[in-house]
Design a protein around this ligand. Structure first.
Ligand SMILES: Nc1nc2c(c(=O)[nH]1)N[C@H]1C(S)=C(S)[C@@H](COP(=O)(O)O)O[C@H]1N2
Ligand SMILES: [Mo]
Length: 304
């Protein structure tokens, strides 16, 4: 798959593929030697710095076996176990609402002519764990304009596939199906926001939301809706699954905010999958510099 770089993002958010490959090579070698922890940093310079960095990708195995995808069950291992059979080809995305070019788009056409880029982002679940994921995706800002949203398009609503025959979780009432999410138009058009189609340089595994999912790295993971079959431009704020489920616990904005506790637990810290110790949660999940301006003048305790 072709990977291209984007200029509209801080260089530190992107690990060059060469370095990334070298680092994996290094880690493999180190693992063979059993000596990773013993090598003084000076011996491996840049590679060690990248490996120690806050954006060190979480191992592929963890990203693809510790999932939330309630359509396949509510335990972390259910999606990897039960999502394999989901038929993701062919895939059609319906475009509806306040736009000049609504219609049914084959996935390839929906994404065309853009090639996915690699973006290494933190993903922070509302359950206070986090990962670093090397996504492949296309910025939503490159895709949405083609549908010519009208002046009334203030929000975008996203809907997951509804198919209880393929998604055993949908045969239960654990959530109100289909899963729906939404963004304000300016959030959707922000250069960090992606339609993701892959991770670790490969196609998206089903448990991670194949063939098309949202990635919005400064918000809690539940905003990043999986296996999208419909987008709709709306004038009103869309309803969202977790807000409907528990309105006091999950708001529409869901910006990662260490100062606003979940009613049942603190959001001050998080456990990075694979780490021994918890670390501080950063405002906007570490993307404040890029996105805080979207919320200027808003009370983020009220708009949680
Ligand atoms: N359709 C759908 N999308 C979903 C979910 C879900 O249950 N169904 N879970 C959300 C939650 S809570 C999280 S933390 C992320 C997890 O993404 P990952 O499994 O790729 O890490 O997906 C989000 N997208
Ligand atoms: Mo989550």
């Amino acid at each position: 798959m072709l990977i291209q770089k984007s200029a509209d993002i801080r260089p530190s958010e992107i690990t060059p593929p060469e370095l990334y490959a070298r680092r994996r090579e290094f880690l493999k070698t180190a693992a063979v030697l059993g000596a990773a922890a013993l090598l003084p940093p000076v011996l491996h310079g840049n590679v060690a710095r990248a490996a120690d960095d806050d954006l060190k990708p979480t191992p592929y195995k963890d990203i693809t076996s510790y999932n939330n995808f309630y359509e396949f069950g509510s335990s972390k291992t259910d999606p990897a176990e039960y999502a394999g059979g989901l038929k993701t080809k062919p895939w059609t995305v319906a475009v509806e609402g306040n736009c000049e070019k609504p219609g049914q788009y084959a996935l390839e056409d929906f994404l065309a002519p853009h090639q996915p880029e690699e973006r290494i982002y933190r993903l922070r679940c509302v359950e206070a764990w986090s990962m670093v994921v090397p996504w492949l995706g296309v910025p939503m800002s490159k895709i949405l304009p083609r549908f010519q949203p009208t002046a009334n398009a203030k929000y975008v609503e996203f809907t997951t596939l509804l198919d209880p025959a393929q998604m055993p979780g949908q045969r239960t009432r654990i959530l109100d199906w289909p899963y729906v999410e939404g963004l304000r138009m300016d959030e959707a058009m922000h250069p960090l926001t992606l339609f993701a189609t892959g991770l670790y340089g490969k196609e998206l595994p089903n448990q991670n939301g194949a063939p098309l999912r949202l990635v919005v790295p400064w918000k809690y993971g539940f905003k990043s809706i999986k296996s999208i079959v419909k987008i709709r431009f709306t004038e009103e704020q869309p309803r969202t699954t977790w807000n409907l489920q528990a309105p006091h616990e999950y708001g529409f904005y869901a910006n990662v905010n260490p100062d606003v506790d979940h009613p049942r637990w603190s959001q001050k810290r998080e456990r990075r999958i694979g780490d021994l110790f918890r670390r501080d949660t950063l405002p906007f999940n570490g993307y404040a510099e890029q996105v805080a301006g979207l919320y200027a003048g808003m009370d983020l305790r009220k708009n949680f």
